[in-house]
Design a protein. Sequence first.
Length: 401
Amino acid sequence: MTSIAVLADRFCDALARFDAELWSGEECAALAERFARVENAAQAARARASGRAGACGAHRARGFASTQEWMAASAGTSMRDAKSALESVAAVQPLPDTMLALAGGRISLAQAEEIAKTEAAVPGSELELLELAKDSSLGRVRERGRRRRVEAMDPHDLAALQHSAREAAHWRDTELGMVRVSAALTPEVGIPFVNMWDAETDRLWREARRIGESPSRAQCAADALARMVDGKATGHGHRADVVFVCQVDPAIRGHAHPGELCAILGGGPVPVSTVMAAARDAFIKGVLHDGVEIQHVVHFGRRPNALQRSALMLGLPPEFDGAMCSEPGCDRRYGLEFDHVDPVANGGATKLQNIRVSCDEHHDQKTERDRRAGRLGGSRTIYKKKYAKNPDAETDERGPP
């Protein structure tokens, strides 16, 4: 105990003397990555030590009624965070590979909790999520874990649970008296709503930038919601905002067998009956699982055609869970744009194999790299947001379908 306590004290002293201004940017990046690993390892070790101390009653000798209360006070966090840390470590104990990665700081406590929760629901998923967690954000691990858990459920049972869990609430905050809203909607209701909301948000965001304003996306989203409530939104209607993906056999049979795809784009599995009910008044896109026909569509214009846009926005097979930015480590699903891997100005064709989906920031960065590499020729395709002096300059292809 003495040696690790001494090392911990010395490390804290060294950190107190650390001055980032004395290091280069690359050196600081490397240090930040090491500090992240230390932070992960320290959180896990603290939770393990606190759990043992609590089991021995050490918190009572310090004047605290519960382990969580003592943990929260000693670290300056909430009791909810302390309780979550103790529960996460306890849940990971039966998983030696995940426990080893957590103890070594390779993954965070939150990632380990997600892995344990998914393994409990879907035995055999631990190693897949563990490998993902080592090089990905918490958001991506949660997304994969959620997908594995809902895919393991009967679609009708899942739909029933989602229906029971629906809720909405509003309240006034204590800071500025702002009206705040929270809601949980079933996928067939929530997906078209958020798609319309995102489309209106993107439109307002682009409009603001064209006139030289720079609101945050969250501010644009608030304005978009207000316009939707007032009936002033100009986005697509319901028919163009929800997409169901269902294989042919389940649609004919009336139900899906294990491994067969029947889902709402961006919302996960749904019963075939939900798709059939929506077919009466919603816009339905049917996709063959192998996707052979659409993989060979070539379009010689600059913008992807409707079929290519449909394929791109479905996301990657076999999940077809909706598009997200293709840049490694980026989880964004909003503000997506189509980008030619080999630019049109460099002879690149508008075909699926040469188009990827990127968020606006990573699209801009890639366009600038292409410009510096001389791949844009003499055309004025530099995106106006960051790199073009003329805000009205021609841009590369923009926007979701």
